[in-house]
Write a protein that binds this ligand. Structure first.
Ligand code: FMN
Length: 274
């Protein structure tokens, strides 16, 4: 039995989440598709009803990353899928709901879903180390339950209501969520003016950020150059940098992150739907 793990994970927490779910399944062949890689987003995929897809993306009220592009190359034939979304100890908004709809339009059938927590993209201090051991237990258990449901009982029904995970962290987040929710499309995007990054002279020019960037926005000559028109604001470059040389530079974005930090001190637990 083939299980396909499909993820877009600039900071690595979504990838870990998806892999933890798969760890709960025995005797399956696991095939990974890392959608940070442009060449993988340029392929076309077709899955049968006997395979299982576990797909994961970070959230920003809706899906964050390149959700339209990624889901657009996937073709299911009544293929069961598990949808997993990650948030930075805040909220995942409508992300699971829009993911379900977009995947079902491409021939997939949701059998389970989860709203999980991953270390916050913009600060190593928020949701530090998550998914941690406690998260992993919940994620493996979901994998075990999906395995029993889909592969043993051959049951691909799903009657559980998904939730809208609305923020509880002040006016700024409420307005942001209301605007993103009302806008068309399945994804949220960072305003271009907020994308500005600063590369300090501690940069060792290792090129990790160049290779990690999902949209080829970074070039290395005698210094690192980030193309703001291409950058999607995923902050993967900063998170993969071994010497933390890349930092936020836009004042509004820095303020937004500071605001978030005030509200997210209480540990949020995952939501599982099966
Ligand atoms: C542009 C952007 C917006 C985000 N917005 C939210 C948000 O609204 N609420 C939240 O809890 N986390 C938010 N996050 C945090 C990520 O969803 C979270 O840290 C996730 O675990 C990152 O996944 P990754 O490590 O696979 O990249 C945002 C991250 C990015 C890059």
């Amino acid at each position: 039995m083939k299980v396909h793990l499909i993820y877009f994970s600039p900071g690595g927490t979504t990838k870990k989440t998806i892999q933890n779910i798969a760890k709960g399944m025995k005797d399956v062949e696991i095939i990974e598709h890392d959608m940070l890689k442009k060449e993988n987003r340029e392929k076309k995929y077709s899955f049968s009803k006997n395979e299982l897809v576990i797909i994961g993306m970070p959230t920003m009220t809706k899906l964050f990353g390149l959700p339209k592009e990624i889901i657009g190359v996937l073709n299911g034939n009544n293929t069961p899928f598990v949808g997993a979304v990650t948030c930075g100890n805040g909220y995942y908004g409508k992300a699971l709901i829009v993911m379900k709809k977009a995947m079902e339009e491409r021939g997939f059938k949701m059998v389970a879903g989860g709203g999980f927590v991953g270390q916050y993209t913009f600060s190593k201090e928020l949701a530090k180390g998550r998914p941690d051991e406690k998260d992993e237990r919940i994620q493996r258990k979901l994998g075990e339950d999906v395995y029993k449901k889909v592969f043993l009982k051959k049951d691909i029904t799903f009657n559980t209501k998904l939730k809208i995970d609305w923020p509880n962290e002040g006016v700024f987040s409420t307005i942001k969520c209301a605007l993103i929710s009302a806008a068309p499309g399945i994804g949220g995007a960072v305003p271009r003016s907020w994308n500005e990054l600063f590369v300090s002279d501690t940069c060792i020019q290792c090129g990790k950020c160049v290779r990690h960037c999902p949209v080829e926005a970074i070039t290395l000559t005698d210094h690192i150059e980030i193309n703001r028109d291409k950058c999607i604001g995923c902050y993967g470059c900063a998170n993969v940098c071994p010497v933390s040389a890349i930092k936020l530079a836009n004042k509004t974005m820095i303020k937004a992150v500071e605001n978030v930090m005030k509200f997210r001190d209480k540990r949020k637990e995952p939501d599982v739907f099966i």
